[in-house]
Write a protein that binds this ligand. Structure first.
Ligand code: FNR
Length: 338
């Protein structure tokens, strides 16, 4: 049996050597609130490339300063950010992994000083600041910032861009009727709530013709919130717009009780893949090679995103290969002991 997990994946001109993706994980490790890559980022991401991960996705990277989750987030709102990102890309690529960046805006979940913005002036919870309702100018400025972020991502040499539309951040806040109470063309119907993401995708595509992924939260786990069926519709629209893959997560728009178990989000990736006819990534408590292999062989998803297990084991691809009785190439330096 050839393990599907170690077959290549081609998207546009980019070929991943296997189906393993390092899921984006904020490191909150910038030093001076400047959003610039530090030695920590270089060590952290490069070690997973040495570990033979096919695609390394850099954590949520803010397209505007007010769109940071915390003041120590990575940023891409300024040309000064490009140099560090380029160095990171080059190091990761030198070890044979492809690179992706997750472009993000936290909206009402930003904890930085000053005004924070959202589709409607509704705070995330009692401890959070109330955001300002975005004006049309704020919306235009923010969509432009995603485009500038995409342009800088290209300059830095990333292979793939992912737009962060999940986990209760700005784009998700526009999509969900629980956080979007607007009465203009950005609120109300599904088409209107989708408009901000639609325009963000179009704006990114003006400067980026490479592979484009979007991460979504496939359900809000809340009365009156988004459901998987809403997301099948959104995924069909994204496919029409030329999005290549939906990275399927869930939740975090509002506090909700979630039944978490191994692979708990995989059914959402599977449904979107088959009903919207678009490639998907599965994520969430996927920790073993056998589990990943089942998801791929059963055609429930096309890529396997691994987050916490890659923190515990930077060589997880090797661990998974052993479990699947497969050998994978070692970095030349490790050939005598792999
Ligand atoms: C995350 N997650 C996350 N998701 C995302 O889309 N952008 C991000 O920047 C982050 N940041 C982040 C930091 C840390 C420390 C963790 C543990 C998680 C979510 C992550 O990508 C993944 O979806 C979940 O962790 C579930 O996958 P695992 O950990 O069960 O494999």
């Amino acid at each position: 049996m050839t393990a599907e997990l170690f077959t290549p994946y081609q998207v546009k001109d980019v070929k991943l050597k296997n189906r393993i993706v390092m899921s984006p994980m904020c490191m909150y490790s910038c030093e001076e609130e400047d959003g610039i890559v530090t030695d920590w980022h270089l060590a952290h991401y490069t070690s997973r490339a040495v570990g033979q991960v096919g695609l390394i996705m850099i954590e949520a990277t803010a397209v505007t300063p007010e769109g940071r989750i915390t003041s120590r987030d990575l940023g891409i709102w300024n040309d000064e950010h490009v140099e560090g990102l380029q160095k990171l890309v080059n190091q990761v690529k030198a070890h044979g992994s492809k690179t992706a960046i997750q472009l993000a805006h936290a909206g009402r979940k930003a904890t930085v000083d000053g005004t924070i913005y959202a589709p409607s002036a509704i705070a995330f919870d009692d401890e959070s600041k109330t955001p300002a309702e975005m004006t049309k100018e704020d919306i235009e400025r923010t969509i432009e910032a995603f485009k500038e972020g995409a342009k800088r991502s290209k300059q830095a040499g990333f292979d793939i861009i992912e737009i962060h539309g999940a986990h209760g951040y700005l784009i998700h806040q526009f999509l969900s009727p629980l956080s979007n109470k607007r009465t203009d063309e950005y609120g109300g119907s599904a088409e209107n709530r989708y408009r901000f993401l639609q325009q963000t995708i179009n704006s990114v595509k003006e400067v980026w013709d490479g592979p484009l992924f979007v991460r979504v939260s496939a359900t809000d786990y809340a009365e009156g919130g988004l459901t998987i069926d809403d997301h099948v519709t959104f995924a069909k629209w994204m496919k029409e717009q030329g999005v290549d893959l939906i990275d399927v997560s869930s939740g975090a728009l509002v506090h909700a009780k979630i039944n978490v178990y191994p692979g708990y989000q995989v059914p959402f990736a599977e449904k979107i893949k088959h009903e919207a006819n678009i490639d998907t990534g599965a994520v969430g408590l996927i920790t073993s090679g056998l589990q990943a292999e089942e998801i791929l062989q059963s055609k429930r998803a096309d890529l396997i995103f691994v987050a916490r297990e890659l923190l515990r084991d930077p060589y997880w691809p090797r661990t998974a290969a052993k479990e699947l009785n497969t050998t994978i190439e070692a970095p030349v330096q490790y050939e005598r002991g792999w």
